[in-house]
Design a binder for this molecule. Structure first.
Ligand SMILES: Cc1cc2nc3c(=O)[nH]c(=O)nc-3n(C[C@H](O)[C@H](O)[C@H](O)COP(=O)(O)OP(=O)(O)OC[C@H]3O[C@@H](n4cnc5c(N)ncnc54)[C@H](O)[C@@H]3O)c2cc1C
Length: 188
């Protein structure tokens, strides 16, 4: 069983998966490559002068995989409660089990709604519906979290990436039973 499964590998999901995997958690990242990030050109991402969407997405995937996340190219079709965790099924017939699930599905809330996760009206331009979350990123179902555009944050890459990281840190902290920080120190 994975400790953390992330559905969607845009900035929110890949950032969450990178933090989760780097923390040593068994991490699954499922993505069907239909997100909005590839279509953008970014000049407002702190620390990066300018970058195209495809490079931003692919670098994020490489970072998550580098730390041990398992990246699966597929579409998640259902999430159902299974004992201590959840079973995730995919379009190609895959079945995965995870203790925690982070929804990072961008503009899409269909999977959330089908899985019994409460949605609400969005506030951001062109985002009609979002998942209802608390400040930590928790949904109405214990163990299912949401991050990024689908969780209703401002539709900017650095904000969605930051929200994915935030939610992952909260999940890791819950798994560890103590607040988690990931600080590497500059090598001399
Ligand atoms: C044309 C355009 C230009 C933009 N320009 C800028 C800009 O200049 N600056 C800026 O800050 N922001 C810009 N943005 C916004 C920015 O791209 C988004 O805010 C941000 O990248 C969204 O990240 P996300 O991870 O929330 O969603 P997404 O990047 O959409 O990622 C969601 C992922 O979930 C996957 N997914 C969804 N459902 C499933 C499922 N059931 N199973 C598996 N995978 C699933 C999708 O395929 C996708 O990969 C632009 C957006 C567009 C469209």
């Amino acid at each position: 069983m994975y400790e953390i499964a992330v559905i969607g590998a845009g900035p929110a999901g890949a950032s969450a998966a990178l933090f989760a995997a780097k923390a040593g958690k068994a991490t699954l990242l499922i993505d069907n490559d239909k997100g909005m990030t590839r279509r953008g050109w970014y000049e407002n991402y702190y620390g990066i002068s300018e970058i195209g969407g495809p490079e931003l997405v692919e670098t994020g995937h490489k970072q998550a995989v580098k730390f041990g996340a398992k990246l699966v190219a597929d579409q998640a079709t259902s999430i159902s409660k299974n004992g201590e965790g959840f079973t995730i099924q995919t379009e190609s017939g895959g079945t995965y089990e995870a203790k925690h699930v982070i929804l990072a599905t961008g503009a899409l809330t269909d999977l959330a709604a089908q899985s019994g996760v409460t949605t609400k009206d969005g506030t951001e331009p062109r985002i009609k519906t979002v998942v209802a979350v608390d400040a930590a990123g928790k949904t109405n179902i214990e163990g299912i979290w949401a991050a990024g555009t689908v969780a209703g944050v401002s539709v900017h890459a650095i904000i969605t990436a930051g929200d994915g990281a935030k939610v992952a840190v909260n999940v890791i902290s819950e798994l560890n039973g103590a607040r988690y920080v990931d600080h590497d120190v500059l090598k001399a």
